[in-house]
Design a protein around this ligand. Structure first.
Ligand SMILES: *[C@@H]1O[C@H](CO)[C@@H](O)[C@H](O)[C@H]1NC(C)=O
Ligand SMILES: *[C@@H]1O[C@H](CO)[C@@H](O)[C@H](O)[C@H]1NC(C)=O
Ligand SMILES: *[C@@H]1O[C@H](CO)[C@@H](O)[C@H](O)[C@H]1NC(C)=O
Length: 412
């Protein structure tokens, strides 16, 4: 039996910028022990979770042109719905270190995948190469061939993986277009796809960008900030975040967590890579789900994905991976990597961002908004403390965010 005891060992500490609500949390949750029992969602895979909650579920595998075996999860229709009716496809793409679990962890009535299925959509959940569901390759082993297996960034996810999964979903359903919804890196890979392979714009009814990430100059995530100024350069940074697979060492995570967490809240949150990257907003966190989230994330990524983002922070550009002068000339025929051509992205886009997002800073989102040719709407989540992970797990995500997405979709 699964039993999880959360001990909220509270010490103190706050982070000046951006506003952290740790001080509020301390007031609100004095030394307390929260006990969970018989809630085993953390031990179930995504298909098992969907089945547990009474929804139809399918698992599909796609081998992409680089040989990675990608796993797609599908909720073809809602609970107790007529399976013979033809539905529009909603394709959902997760963020960095995450997986298809993002969209179902909150459960029926709350998780976006369930809300879309119940609203009449055929829901497909992608998994990028390297995460727990797509950690497979036709010839390479992720551990013994680590150098080759993990040699990719979100550039490859955007140009190869997402197109392959979209094509599979369209072919399987006999449709020619779908809705694409991305969170965080799931928006980056959308922008990469549509700029580098512009023919994919025609396969998109509309894209919904939750916490959009393209330009990163103003992001305030302490982990990325610290790694980006790491003394000793790239080689030294790779030693602490992992040479191939992103596996930051505990020393780094606890050092960084001191900058914002200071051993407060819960040690396993403070040192979990996903929260160290994105922060923690107690007000929107359902504590019953926390142990489930900690089991499902981090779900795996390549260090090169993180390095590519760090390059964006330093350069201020949204552009391809920087291999250094000599290799850049060989690969791109230029000293510096080429920018992604935002002008190519003419699929209709709706953007959702927030004021307290460590990864997706408002100025960076505004710049992206100004450079994209076909943004149909841009919405700021009304909660000023809404952070990067609240877009997927926030208690109020349905009313502050998802209902709007679904109502926009129903008009298209
Ligand atoms: C499902 O929809 C089809 C087509 O509209 C209809 O023929 C069938 O009777 C429906 N089945 C149920 C169980 O409602
Ligand atoms: C963590 O901090 C300690 C003390 O400041 C330092 O000695 C150590 O090298 C740091 N570790 C990492 C991985 O940054
Ligand atoms: C928290 O999650 C549990 C388990 O899914 C659910 O029963 C409960 O209603 C949620 N609470 C809130 C405030 O959303």
């Amino acid at each position: 039996m699964f039993r999880f005891v959360l001990i909220l060992a509270l010490l103190g500490g706050s982070r000046a910028n951006p506003t952290s609500d740790i001080d509020d949390i301390l007031k609100e949750y004095p030394n307390s022990v929260v006990e969970f029992s018989e809630f085993n969602d953390g031990d179930l895979t995504v298909p098992e979770l969907i089945e547990k909650y009474g929804y139809p579920v399918e698992t599909h595998h796609v081998i992409n042109s680089d040989g990675y075996i990608l796993e797609l999860h599908r909720i073809p229709y809602g609970k107790n719905q007529n399976s013979t009716i033809k539905r529009q496809v909603a394709y959902l793409q997760h963020g960095l270190l995450c997986s298809s679990a993002d969209w179902v962890i909150a459960g029926p009535g709350k998780g976006l995948a369930y809300l879309l299925a119940d609203a009449g959509y055929d829901v497909w959940l992608g998994n990028a190469r390297g995460n727990v569901y797509s950690r497979r390759h036709v010839t390479l082993d992720p551990d013994s061939d680590a150098k080759k297996f993990w040699d990719f960034s979100w550039h490859e996810i955007g140009t190869v993986d997402v197109p392959a999964m979209i094509d599979f979903a369209l072919e399987h359903t006999g449709q020619s277009k779908l809705f694409h919804i991305g969170h965080s890196q799931g928006t980056t890979t959308f922008y990469v796809m549509c700029s580098e392979r512009p023919e994919y714009n025609d396969k998109i009814i509309a894209h919904f960008s939750l916490a959009p990430i393209a330009f990163m100059k103003h992001m305030t995530s302490p982990l990325l900030q610290i790694v980006s100024i790491f003394p000793g350069g790239l080689e030294a940074a790779l030693k602490v975040i992992g040479m191939n697979e992103f596996l930051p060492n505990d020393g780094l995570l606890s050092n960084v967590s001191e900058a914002w967490c200071d051993k407060s809240i819960l040690q396993s949150v403070c040192t979990n890579a996903i929260f160290v990257l994105c922060g923690f907003n107690k007000a929107q966190m359902n504590t019953t789900l926390l142990p489930v989230i900690l089991k499902h994330t981090p779900a795996g990524a390549a260090s090169k994905q993180v390095i590519h983002y760090i390059q964006e922070i330093k350069s201020g550009f949204f552009r391809q991976y920087d291999y250094g002068l000599i290799k850049n000339i060989k690969i791109y025929n230029k000293f510096s990597p080429p920018n992604y051509k935002l002008a190519n992205i003419d699929a209709p886009i709706y953007m959702f961002n927030s004021k307290n997002d460590w990864m997706s800073a408002e100025v960076d989102v505004n710049r992206l908004y100004n450079e994209l040719p076909n943004v149909q709407g841009k919405f700021l989540v009304t909660d000023p403390k809404w952070n990067h992970l609240d877009f997927i797990w926030g208690i109020q995500a349905p009313e502050l965010l998802y209902n709007k997405v679904i109502s926009l979709m129903s008009d298209l």
